[in-house]
Design a protein around this ligand. Structure first.
Ligand code: SF4
Length: 504
């Protein structure tokens, strides 16, 4: 039955299943095979028509009979776990959910930022004063008449994924849309129990927080059985840096063995969907390491082995400290990657330019360097990335509790120093998470003149680089010639709006 399910799911030949899995429209997209365009889902409706915006930033994924050819990695993990326990499960595209939901008993929804409360979307929403696309599309999914109808006859709705913390701030929504269970944490070891409870019609816990004992070990984490979006493959979970504002840090650090990573890459290739791989971890540079010092041998082996199979490699995240601590290793990795491509990308956290604030909220972020050396670590790491053609999408945190005017001035100075580094720098308003969960949100009304100045400097930096980044993003793809002018037009419109608002 297990193999039949896999084959049926891939060719879209299934009628329906007891358990359906899905995600909203903004997550069920491959963003033109460019993960960074996915940032666009955080923005609210703006100067260009919604249909054009969604085409540019989150076009629908291809489907076969309503079954997506690839799906978010987290959803694929849950799908794999349920299949391994013998459940009748099918992942469907949200646009086609009507076709399948009538006979389903449970609908599992994967969420990243369901209400737009995440740092990027809440910052955009505060500035543009509208609901971000990703929040709109999550609501639209639950408002589908077919789901409403199925709910009335007893469909159970269960949500999980990195964005579930937001439901704690939206209890009314949970009741209004009849969400039966919200699972917080890595669910591999408990999802079977929850699904059995739902299928038996027994009472589900409204919130289920996965305890430390229930967090899966490496052996408990199944391999995906169907392709993930953009060939994303996890290489490890957890992070050892312990930044106070981050929830990832509360989980143990685990690195996948090479065989497991290769197995999942094969799954993506077998589906015929991706020929490149996005390596996913909180810090790809630390693959296989138990501390903050990169392990040369393991990192090189990982890249050589993966590149033998793939046509390209992207990274999800990496740290500036790990890059700055081993410049030669980083250049070696770049040399391997650049054999088959002209650049690669990663998300990178700068967060602040202030050594004092670094000490307070992220003392290990600079490790093996001292927290007071953080601005130098950033300058060195960013310089190495520029020289080795890694394009970082960087984040800054604005309004973190305890931030002083001097901290903001130091961050502004650091952004100025990074002018010549090919990158995007995105300032994000502080959202209480991790060990700062109990603190207050930062509202845009609290933004003082210095905060505004920081936002303007980041905007100027991004405007300076945007043409170059658009060119590099599509340079090697056949449809680049068609797409580049559209993104350039969008960038020009935003620049025009900024000029009208007095930002020169
Ligand atoms: S380095 Fe990144 S993932 Fe690790 S704790 Fe800090 S913010 Fe979280």
């Amino acid at each position: 039955m297990f193999y039949k399910l896999i084959l049926c799911a891939l060719d879209g030949g299934r009628g329906t299943a007891e358990i359906l899995l899905t995600a909203d429209r903004t997550l069920m997209s491959d963003y033109h095979h460019n993960e960074f365009l996915g940032f666009g889902t955080c923005a609210p409706p703006n100067v260009i028509p919604d249909w054009l915006y969604s085409f540019l930033f989150f076009p629908p994924i291809k489907t076969r009979n309503g079954v997506p050819i690839a799906a978010p990695y987290g959803l694929r993990k849950i799908e794999a776990q349920l299949l391994s326990e013998g459940f009748d499960v099918l992942t469907v595209d949200p646009i086609h959910v009507e076709k399948y939901v009538d006979e389903a008993k449970v609908l599992g929804i994967h969420v990243m930022d369901p209400f737009g409360l995440g740092p990027a979307s809440s910052t955009f929403a505060a500035i543009l004063k509208k609901e971000p696309f990703l929040a709109q599309h999550f609501r639209n999914l639950l408002e589908k008449p077919a789901i409403r109808k199925a709910k009335k006859r007893g469909l159970k709705i269960i949500v999980g994924g990195p964005g579930v913390w937001q439901f704690r701030y939206r209890q009314k929504f949970v009741e209004e849309y009849g969400i039966d269970c919200i699972i917080e944490g890595e669910a591999e070891k408990i999802i079977g129990k929850i699904m059995r409870t739902a299928l038996n019609g027994e009472k589900l816990p409204q919130y289920y927080e996965v305890s430390v004992e229930e967090t899966p070990s490496l052996d408990d984490i199944p391999n995906i059985v169907n392709p993930s979006i953009n060939g994303l493959v996890e290489i490890g979970r957890g992070c050892c840096r312990g930044c106070k504002f981050c929830s990832v840090t509360l989980r143990p650090l685990r690195w996948y063995p090479l065989e497991k990573i290769l197995h999942e890459i094969n799954v993506n290739f077998r589906g015929g969907y991706a020929n490149g791989t996005c390596l996913h971890a909180e810090d790809v540079m630390l693959y296989g390491s138990k501390n903050t010092i990169p392990d040369d041998e393991k990192l090189i082996k990982l890249h050589e082995t993966v590149l033998e199979k793939c046509e390209g490699i992207e990274w999800s995240h990496c740290s500036l400290a790990a890059v700055a601590s081993k410049p030669r290793l980083f250049s070696k990795i770049a040399e391997i990657i650049l054999q088959k491509q002209s650049r690669w990308g990663a998300e990178v956290g700068i967060e602040t330019g202030s050594p004092e604030l670094t000490k307070k909220i992220m003392p290990a972020k600079a490790h093996p360097f001292k927290p007071e050396e953080w601005p130098d670590v950033v300058r060195t790491g960013m310089g190495l990335m520029h020289d080795n053609k890694l394009i970082p999408a960087c984040t800054l945190i604005v309004g973190v509790p305890g931030e002083t005017e001097d901290d903001i001035i130091k961050t502004i100075e650091l952004v100025d120093d990074l002018k010549g580094i090919r990158s995007l720098i995105v300032p994000l308003f502080f959202v209480p998470m991790g060990r700062l969960k109990g603190d207050n949100w930062f509202e845009e009304t609290e933004a003082n003149k210095l905060h505004q100045e920081l936002l303007i400097r980041c905007l100027k930096h991004d405007f300076y680089w945007i043409d170059n980044l658009i060119h590099l993003s599509f340079g090697e793809k056949w449809y680049g010639t068609l797409m580049r002018p559209l993104y350039r037009l969008f960038a020009e419109v935003i620049k025009y709006k900024a000029r009208k608002a007095g930002i020169k």
